[in-house]
Ligand binder design. Structure first.
Ligand code: G
Ligand code: G
Ligand code: MN
Ligand code: NA
Length: 265
């Protein structure tokens, strides 16, 4: 897999694809943004001859290949490519759907070891996307406390004017101290949390209070992992700002996203 990833990076990122999952506002279920999620299509038969005809591929999960990208340093060019591609796709979408946003995931390795600030700044210049339409999803995984460098990058991103979202909120690493030190534009409450809230009254109350607390702090809330109509109804009562989940769509290719969510009849 490591060799295949390197090969792809050296061949114009062929094999990497960005899938997009819609983010809706809670009131009208209107499309407001897309979360970019990376995929890698590896040759099904890596030792087979390259015949020039389309090769069969298998999809590899980011949970599998992102650690390899991180540890090999390939995350630097791939991360840049992803932000640039997602931003220019968003710019296209805006022609049909004004106000459309896009948000990308960054791992702590990208924050710690790469010049993410410069990359984001350059992408904004190149694509002429207004910064408020680009969101960056961060978790603190790897840090027990937000370190000085993490904080500097975070503040730098805010200064550039991009939206900063705290991902996986409610899990071990993205917690209350982040709200004090970092003041995100939005918190994304982890799917596991959402699921617990739907089956347990105490957890439901906890989620309710988390949303109220965020409102008081002027921080927006996105609830992830909405899979059924029933879940949608119960969660909507809590009035989070945004909702996301398989109910609306799984992450899909940019072409499918454009057809299903951007082009209107
Ligand atoms: O898309 P899926 O749910 O399979 O993603 C699994 C995990 O991989 C999630 O935690 C997601 O945030 C992460 N992930 C997906 N795409 C990217 C990416 O482009 N960069 C980073 N750093 N993480 C990603
Ligand atoms: O860590 P992060 O929140 O970025 O992870 C996003 C991951 O969650 C993606 O891999 C995406 O495919 C997955 N995901 C998104 N919506 C749902 C959902 O409704 N149900 C489940 N089971 N997974 C989801
Ligand atoms: Mn995310
Ligand atoms: Na998340």
């Amino acid at each position: 897999l490591r060799k295949q990833l390197l090969h792809a990076v050296n061949h114009d990122f062929r094999g990497f694809e960005i899938y997009y999952q819609p983010v809706m506002n809670t009131g009208e279920h209107r499309l407001v943004s897309a979360e970019a999620l990376m995929r890698f299509f590896a040759p099904a038969d890596p030792d087979g001859e390259e015949t020039g005809t389309t090769q069969e591929t298998v999809m590899v999960s980011p949970a599998e290949f992102i650690p390899i990208l991180e540890e090999s340093g390939l995350i630097i060019p791939v991360g840049r490519w992803l932000i640039r591609t997602a931003a220019s796709v968003c710019k296209e979408w805006q022609k049909e759907h004004p106000g459309m946003r896009v948000q990308v995931n960054l791992s702590y390795v990208q924050v710690a070891k790469t010049n993410v600030l410069r990359d984001v700044h350059e992408v904004l210049k190149e694509t002429v996307l207004q910064p408020e339409y680009l969101g960056v999803e961060l978790t603190e995984s790897g840090y027990l406390e937000p370190g000085a460098h993490f904080q500097k990058v975070w503040q730098g991103l805010k200064k550039l004017g991009v939206r900063v979202l705290l991902d996986d909120f409610g899990t071990g690493y993205s917690n209350f101290h982040c709200l004090g030190d970092l003041t995100p534009d939005c918190i994304k409450i982890d799917r596991s949390f959402t699921q617990k809230a739907l089956t347990d009254a105490y957890e439901y109350n906890l989620l309710t209070q988390m949303i109220w607390m965020s409102k008081r702090l002027n921080i927006q809330v996105c609830i992830e992992g909405i899979e059924t109509m029933e879940e949608l109804e119960r969660i909507s009562e809590l009035k989070p700002d945004f909702i996301q989940g398989y109910l609306f769509s799984r992450p899909v290719s940019s072409t499918e996203f454009t057809d299903r969510f951007i082009k209107r009849l």
